[in-house]
Design a binder for this molecule. Structure first.
Ligand code: SF4
Length: 65
């Protein structure tokens, strides 16, 4: 299993809550403006599949596959 982002649901908010929610810093997001950012990226090598980010995302973008 890996943890993934559904880009169709993500609004690319630069204050994305899952970036800070990950306890081991496995999620990065490049800021590209005052409001927008790139899609958050989950480092599959670091991710422990704890599922915290799945619960934290208000748009239900994060899932396990
Ligand atoms: S599942 Fe856990 S370790 Fe993996 S990216 Fe989400 S919060 Fe971080």
């Amino acid at each position: 299993m890996v943890v993934k982002i559904n880009k169709d649901k993500c609004d690319r908010n630069r204050m994305c809550v899952i970036v800070s929610a990950c306890p081991i810093g496995a999620i990065k997001q490049r800021k590209i403006g005052p409001i927008l950012a790139d899609y958050p990226e989950i480092d599959e090598e670091k991710c422990t599949e704890c599922g915290i980010c799945i619960k934290e995302c208000p748009h239900d973008t994060v899932y396990k596959e």
